[in-house]
Design a binder for this molecule. Sequence first.
Ligand code: SAH
Ligand code: CA
Length: 213
Amino acid sequence: MHFLSESLEKYITDHLQEEPELLQSLTRETHLKVVQPRMITGHYQGRVLSLFSKLINPLNILEIGTYTGYSALCLAEGLQENGSLHTIDINEELRDMQRSYFDLSPFGDNIVQHTGNAIEIIPQIELIFDLVFIDAEKTEYPKYLELVLQKTRSGSVILSDNVLWSGKVAEKAAKKDKATRELQEYNRMMNEHPKLETVILPVRDGLSFSRVL
Ligand code: SAH
Ligand code: CA
């Protein structure tokens, strides 16, 4: 979902750092071989993630929802030299494709893949993360948040994707529209949580930026 006019979007990408070639190939291969290619982080949001990560310069990053690895590679651009990025996806069929692109990048040795349900995997990773990117099952965002807060410190940053859900979060959600309802609950939690300071940025489908107090 795009909140800006086509011409403004074009203007923004015309004034954007170029998309690294590896990420261009990953996008092409994702569209050719993988279902739901719309889920991939695109050029613009990818540069946003990269820039945020470079500003934070994290030692450890946690990503929930790898898909084909695009956002992981953008976030890894900001890692400290000996840092690690742990990324979780429930779909094991994507694992080999993710690894082939991670290994073509300079960050192959820094990226650790986990296959399975994030709810089960997050508690098993014994690290404190400086940066977390939440982008898996939308109905589980409130649960991810509780688990992630056990793995962060004061000053950690949590980025959450698709929090505007094509604008549906601002409307009254139908009872059976679980994704919209859970995202509304999530945005409320992020805003009211005593340990978080959050702003929703209208980047692509809504990207919220939270600082852990
Ligand atoms: N971050 C990626 C896109 C992620 S799409 C990018 O920007 O390119 C969402 C991903 O979450 C899918 O690949 C899906 O398999 C994964 N997913 C869904 N439910 C999950 C769960 N319970 N645990 C871990 N991953 C899950
Ligand atoms: Ca997303």
